[in-house]
Design a protein around this ligand. Structure first.
Ligand code: FES
Ligand code: FES
Length: 162
């Protein structure tokens, strides 16, 4: 099948077999190497991408289901965030929110979904991270980095209601 999608702001086309996952298409044909494959069964979140603004596990989605959709990988997040990206990157670096880095692109994608909202609570940060596994950090630095990034852009709010 010939499909077309918006990948990180650019229109791309590809020929795909019906059984190919979106993750495999992104990595092998479209050069999005930030999409990491860990469990390949929807558990670890390493393959997370945004599809039409919502975080999805690209190992569980067929490439053909991406036809006509907008897909954002971690490569596209700095472009979407523009002036905010330096503060986000600093939060991850200064708070040691990654070690081996395998989970980091999925984390950045999960954070991008939150940054697209007007207001985010700490419990929503926790809920978003519940789908992302990190084997190295123990999560506390990642939670802190998320909260600092959201606070620096004025989106973190104290209550549980947004
Ligand atoms: S590789 Fe997709 S969720 Fe783990
Ligand atoms: S930094 Fe190694 S898995 Fe998260």
């Amino acid at each position: 099948m010939r499909i077309a999608l918006d990948l990180n702001g650019a229109q791309v086309e590809a020929d795909v077999e019906p059984s190919v996952s979106l993750a495999d298409l992104l990595r092998t044909k479209l050069g999005a190497l930030s999409v990491h494959l860990g469990c390949e069964q929807g558990v670890c979140g390493a393959c997370a991408v945004l599809v039409d603004g919502r975080t999805v596990r690209s190992c569980l989605m067929l490439a053909v289901q991406g036809d006509g959709r907008s897909v954002t990988t971690a490569e596209g997040v700095p472009r979407r965030r523009r002036g905010e990206w330096a503060a986000i990157e600093s939060a991850f670096v200064e708070l040691n929110a990654f070690q081996c880095g395998f989970c980091t692109s999925g984390m950045v994608v999960a954070l991008e979904e939150l940054l697209s909202r007007e207001a985010v609570t700490r419990s929503e940060v926790a809920a978003q991270l519940s789908g992302q596994i990190c084997r190295c950090t123990g999560y506390a630095p990642i939670v802190e980095a998320f909260e600092r990034a959201l606070a620096s852009s004025g989106r973190l709010c104290d209550g549980d209601e947004t």
